[in-house]
Design a protein around this ligand. Sequence first.
Ligand code: DAH
Length: 337
Amino acid sequence: MKQTLLRIREEALRALSENGADLEALRIRYLGKKGELTAVLRGMGALSAEERPVIGQIANEVRAAIEEEITRRAAELKVAAIEARLASEKLDVTVPGDEVAVGHVHPISRIQREMEDIFIGMGYDIVEGPEVEYDYYNFQALNIPPDHPARDTQDTFYITDNILLRSQTSPVQVRTMEKRRPPIRIISPGRVYRSDAVDASHSPLFHQMEGLVVDRGVTMGNLKATLEMFARKMFGEDTRVRFRPHHFPFTEPSAEVDVSCFACGGKGCRLCKGEGWIEILGAGMVHPNVLRGCDIDPDEYSGFAFGMGIERVALLKYHIDDMRLLYENDVRFLAQF
Ligand code: DAH
């Protein structure tokens, strides 16, 4: 019996040290109620009175030795588990991070925001109008009756006889004057559509920014000062502005407005094609018929309006010589801005 007990101890200790990961299974196998040690102790009844305490003591020692080993292994396994976890969760904060590709604002939007900021600084509100528009707002209310030749200069996409894709942002002037009473001071940026073939300076979809001011005593002088201020902020402090007489049905008088070439300062270069001046917008004093159509009395109020191409400003400011680059959205191009 003593031999059996010593063998159990030896086996148990070996099992614990060799593959003692499942400690609970080993404990049950050797020390449990149906375990090997218990089985031996059950046979103690057959021993003589002298043998019993001797074997009993050995049995206790064997049990204590196995228990101690189990406890020791448990502690050992716990430390090993913590070390494994620390190793697997180790984080090297000095490793360079993965670069996250973040986009940025498109050059057209960027220029538009810059333009908006300048006018917001002068007290203008931003209003928006629909891109699918009535003929009435795009033409008639702007003093362009059905057979007016000005309609030919803007090749318009018609959806029905009286619904179209707006060819200019000027209809927002009318929509605004219908809803608000003077003083009015707004800009309206947005998309416009014309049935033009795509080339370096044309696109069937482009962007304009309309401006409208209506109040008592508004003059052409105010228009000039406003556009000068805008041009200086947009293109640089030395920029000068020039008005050339022109005709728009919805303004009287009307002008096309040039800025001095900010690339050569007015001497003449490739950007301004030797002119020294670059056309950036159309403008004028709101025609009395337009005011009247919106129930604003032209004897009491006057106003000025202007409209400029946002792409045009972007091309000039960024020295881009082909408008198509702005729409193709080649990231190698866009990333330069
Ligand atoms: N709507 C004109 C165009 O698309 C630009 C324009 C000219 C707008 C004169 C105006 C203006 O408000 O007063 O060519």
